[in-house]
Design a protein around this ligand. Structure first.
Ligand SMILES: C[S@@+](CC[C@H](N)C(=O)[O-])C[C@H]1O[C@@H](n2cnc3c(N)ncnc32)[C@H](O)[C@@H]1O
Length: 252
């Protein structure tokens, strides 16, 4: 393919994404500290937790109404467990994050869950999908198969903090760790110290694996907390970019 053709294809993809409802309402704020190439990009989203008790019957809880926002191919046999119904990344946001990584060869998702992000990454590149919960990765494989991207994904059942740096080059580590439960919904500022695993440990693990890290975190996080953690933990990141997703229509 000629260079101009490649560019045209890329622009087309970009425009397609832009024409989708959620991305058109994305507000991106950019804060740069230092110089590239080592980078952390924090994609922050509005904190949103269900007010009602989740049950294992998907059609009885409110997230069922958002099923096509989570997975557009939901009806083809997508599998989610209770936790995933509220913690999976909405498809349109996952597309946005994956597009940032469109030129990567290998991305590692350290908290892969049932594959909301992994499936979108796998449309562009190879993905190492890590999760501590084997049953989630089994659902991920089922879901990735529905999207026709399973051949680009390798699942690893393990604690992300114990993952050794791989022999192969990983371009970006993506981490959407658990945010700590609904309790912090009432806080004006997300209490980063409540996270388990701790963000310090997550970033240390990320740094060992790749030069670039993308974190997916709640929007009420204070960006300075991230900066402080990087400084205090003596991490080598030189560039931090924050993209704030202020309103995703997929989140009602
Ligand atoms: C917020 S969910 C990720 C959702 C995922 N991005 C998606 O769209 O499907 C967090 C995931 O981290 C996993 N997890 C929690 N602690 C972990 C650890 N120490 N190592 C690896 N995975 C972990 C949980 O099992 C859960 O699936």
């Amino acid at each position: 393919m000629t260079k101009s053709r490649v560019k045209k294809e890329e622009d087309k993809k970009k425009n397609n994404l832009k024409s989708l409802p959620v991305l058109s309402t994305l507000k991106e704020g950019l804060h740069l500290i230092g110089n590239p190439p080592l980078s952390v990009i924090c994609i922050m989203r509005k904190v949103h937790f269900p007010a009602i008790k989740l049950t294992s019957e998907p059609n009885t809880h409110k997230y069922f109404t958002q099923r096509y926002g989570l997975f557009s191919k939901y009806d083809e046999g997508i599998q989610l467990d209770d936790e995933s119904w509220y913690s999976v990344t909405h498809e349109i946001i996952a597309q946005h994050i994956a597009y940032i990584c469109r030129n990567c060869s290998i991305v590692m998702d350290g908290f892969a869950g049932v594959g909301g992000n992994v499936i979108q990454f796998a449309k562009y590149c190879k993905v190492l999908a890590v999760d501590i919960d084997k049953s989630k990765l089994e659902m991920l494989e089922n879901n990735a198969n529905i999207y026709g991207v399973l051949s680009n994904i390798k699942c690893i059942v393990d604690d992300f903090l114990n993952i050794p740096s791989h022999n192969c080059r990983v371009d970006v580590v993506f981490a959407s760790p658990p945010w700590g439960g609904p309790g912090y919904l009432n806080s004006r500022v997300f209490d980063i110290s409540e996270m388990a695993p701790k963000l310090q440990e997550i970033l240390r693990a990320c740094e060992k694996i790749a030069e670039n890290t993308i974190l997916y975190l709640p929007k009420n996080l204070d960006p300075l907390d991230i900066y402080r953690i990087i400084m205090e933990t003596h991490l080598k990141y030189k560039k931090i970019e924050f993209q704030v997703i202020s309103k995703a229509s997929a989140v009602s």
